[in-house]
Design a protein around this ligand. Structure first.
Ligand code: KIV
Ligand code: ZN
Length: 516
């Protein structure tokens, strides 16, 4: 089967909006820009960068993403209210291709209990909000929140009004992840058949994964006539998440015989994007996750390994290279120079400024001194670790640990706090506890540790540890990451990274000195 323009699927990524709504996944501006740049380079058609009225941080993120996106359209979310839409437009106005995305609930349950509005009033709000958005921006998307649980006759009326008012994309979300594929497919087919002006809009899927059906439902929606899929990297999002971009894209690519639709995504960029999002958000990717999990291309059983050696297609329906998973390759040793290191970074897709390059190179040299073999994964972990630190107010300097079965476990820690070197010694129930107590002494705070997670970047006992820490303070959660061959140093780096994010959040409410 050949793919025509009619079968081109618009990939709408909402990692920075719906994805960021995952508990603990909040990203700062710099991190959002890195993700947006990656999405843009990957060939994503629309980047939903945030919900501008929700906070100044969201506004700023949408405005900055709007400025840097080179090819993707940039979208901001707005409720069906004039002030929301105006704020979204203010953030988007400098984008090369701006899109306003406005939504309102249409299901009986949501209208009655959440909106407390009569159905006729909802229809009026749709007309008003879409017309207002369209007066500001050529490209307007309208969403029927809880669309999959909406009565068909009412949904048809709502969609017709939205299109008439100027919406050119109509999104029918399965907001609570309740739909099953046949039903979701039939919903699009029904709308396209019954709504008189349906041919003037592109229909869109937006599926949540509460029953593990988000990707299946998205693909079924396409079979029903939708031509835009809303999704997120690694499937992050509210509750059980959204449809995973990498799964949708690779399903379409691998099964073009059964699903004759194309996307503009450069699939080789999927694994690096997955790693970036998981590093930044601290939401680790489960090992058996399709496409980007650590085991997605691992063959353990003897029978499988034997088959793979004879012909890879026996057990592999797509190659690891096609999704950007690289074969572990030995990098350079401690004698490698800056030039070789810079070339390696380029090959891995990094383009660092001079200062970041110098810092990363120094850390690479330290690593090469400690670790016999340095793999691409080590370089990626190290550079991601370096880049996320950016302009942190608190910087890790050194850590000496005394630990073992006899106790007490003691941590001697040095941090640079707003440019001043500070040191302390703390004891605790184990070396991690002692380290975190020492950090708390140098930078007093009341945050609770919600998550502490360690994983090895490569195999071997000299592998680097990648640590994720999640902190919670006054209902705000932040995640931090750290990588180092020493698990405790990685832990301290991760904690300090999370703390920096927390301090930024705190300062936004009440600017103050960081030290007590
Ligand atoms: O899940 C949902 O309904 C949404 C809308 C705001 C598009 O995220
Ligand atoms: Zn959603």
């Amino acid at each position: 089967m050949t793919t025509t323009m009619k079968n081109q699927i618009v990939i709408f990524d909402t990692t920075l909006r719906d994805g960021e709504q995952s508990p603990g996944a909040s990203m700062n501006l710099e991190e959002k820009l890195r993700v947006a740049e990656t999405l843009d380079q990957m060939g994503v058609d629309v980047i939903e960068a945030g919900f501008p009225i929700a906070s100044n941080g969201d506004f700023e993120a949408v405005a900055e993403v709007a400025k840097i996106a080179k090819s993707a359209a940039v979208c901001g979310l707005a409720r069906a209210a004039q002030k929301d839409i105006d704020r979204a437009w203010e953030a988007l106005r400098h984008a090369r291709r701006p899109r306003i995305h406005t939504f309102i609930s249409t299901s009986p349950l949501h209208m009655k209990f959440k909106l407390q509005m009569e159905p006729e009033a909802v229809l009026e709000a749709i007309e008003r909000s879409v017309s207002h958005a369209r007066n500001l921006c050529e490209d307007v998307e309208w969403s029927a929140e809880d669309g999959s649980r909406t009565e068909h006759d009412f949904l048809c009326r709502a969609v017709e009004i939205a299109i008439k008012a100027g919406a050119r994309t109509i999104n029918i979300p399965d907001t609570v992840g309740y739909a099953v594929p046949e039903e979701y497919k039939a919903l699009f087919a029904m709308l396209i058949k019954r709504v008189p002006n349906a041919d003037q809009a592109i229909f869109s899927t937006h599926c949540h994964n509460d029953l593990g059906l988000a990707v299946a439902n998205s693909l079924a929606g396409v079979e029903g006539g939708a031509r835009q899929i809303e999704c997120t990297i690694n499937g992050i999002g509210e509750r059980a998440g959204n449809a995973a971009l990498e799964e949708v894209v690779m399903a379409l690519r691998t099964r073009r015989d059964a699903l004759p639709y194309a996307t503009g995504i450069i699939s080789e960029k999927l694994a690096p994007a997955s790693h970036l999002v998981s590093t930044i958000t601290g939401l680790t990717v489960q090992a058996n996750k399709a496409i980007v999990g650590a085991n997605a291309f691992a063959h353990e059983s003897g029978i499988h390994q034997d088959g793979m050696l004879k012909n890879a297609q026996t057990y592999e329906i797509m190659t690891p290279e096609s999704v950007g998973v690289r074969k572990s390759s030995l990098v350079m040793g401690k004698h490698s120079g800056r030039h070789a290191f810079r070339e390696k970074l380029k090959e891995l897709g990094y383009d660092l400024g001079e200062n970041a390059l110098n810092d990363a190179f120094n850390r690479f040299k330290d690593l090469a001194d400690k670790k016999k073999t340095v793999y691409d994964e080590d370089i990626i972990a190290l550079v991601d670790d370096e880049v996320i630190r950016g302009h942190d107010a608190v910087k890790f300097v050194s850590l000496q640990i005394q630990c073992g079965s006899k106790g007490p476990q003691r941590a001697d820690l040095e941090l640079l706090v707003e440019g001043r070197l500070k040191s302390t010694t703390a004891t605790g129930d184990g070396p991690v506890d002692a380290t975190f107590k020492a950090i708390r002494e140098l930078v007093p705070h009341h945050a609770h540790l919600q998550l502490y997670q360690v994983h090895a970047v490569t195999g071997g006992t000299d592998a680097q540890a990648e640590v994720t820490v999640r902190l919670e303070e006054d209902g705000k959660t932040v995640s931090g990451q750290g990588a180092d061959p020493d698990t405790l140093v990685a832990s301290a780096r991760a904690y300090v990274h999370a703390l920096n994010k927390l301090l930024v959040k705190r300062m936004k409410t009440a600017p103050a000195s960081l030290t007590a």
